[in-house]
Design a protein around this ligand. Structure first.
Ligand code: HEC
Length: 110
């Protein structure tokens, strides 16, 4: 009986922790980024025409509303400057909110 309650207590403690570390699917995020050709201008570690995802993650590290700001940036095609020319930022080819949120979580994890 005592062991049973101990097991239940451990499960209750462990499950939210497990959920937290599973907040994104890296493979799926990279597939979404490839499909939308994001890697033409971005890399994880290197500055290309766009900032590296590591520097984006660093920039938003202490931002309380990072997820909303990035979601908007990636779905509303804001005007940006690429090679000195103004153009609309490339949005995702998908409009699947869960898929986009997965990418946002992964970008912030870098
Ligand atoms: C034609 C080049 C180009 C493509 C394609 C592109 N980006 Fe960007 N991206 C940029 C540039 C340039 C910036 C910097 C904009 C600025 O800070 O004004 C940027 C900024 C960003 C940022 C940071 C926004 C911020 O608030 O700091 C993220 C995240 C991002 N891009 C993700 C993506 C994703 C995801 C895709 C694919 C759907 C994508 N980009 C496709 C050029 C591109």
């Amino acid at each position: 009986m005592r062991i049973a309650s101990l097991v239940i207590a451990l499960l209750l403690i462990a499950s939210p922790l497990a959920a937290q570390t599973q907040s994104y699917d890296k493979k799926k995020a990279q597939r979404t980024l490839k499909q939308s050709k994001c890697f033409n201008c971005h890399s994880v570690t290197r500055e290309k025409d766009g900032p590296s995802f590591q520097s984006v993650s660093e920039k938003y590290k202490d931002h309380p509303d990072a997820r909303h700001v990035l979601f908007d940036h990636l779905t509303k095609s804001p005007t940006i400057t690429v090679k000195g020319k103004e153009e609309a930022h490339t949005s995702f080819k998908t409009s699947d909110t869960a898929e986009i949120n997965n990418v946002v979580e992964w970008i912030l994890s870098n």
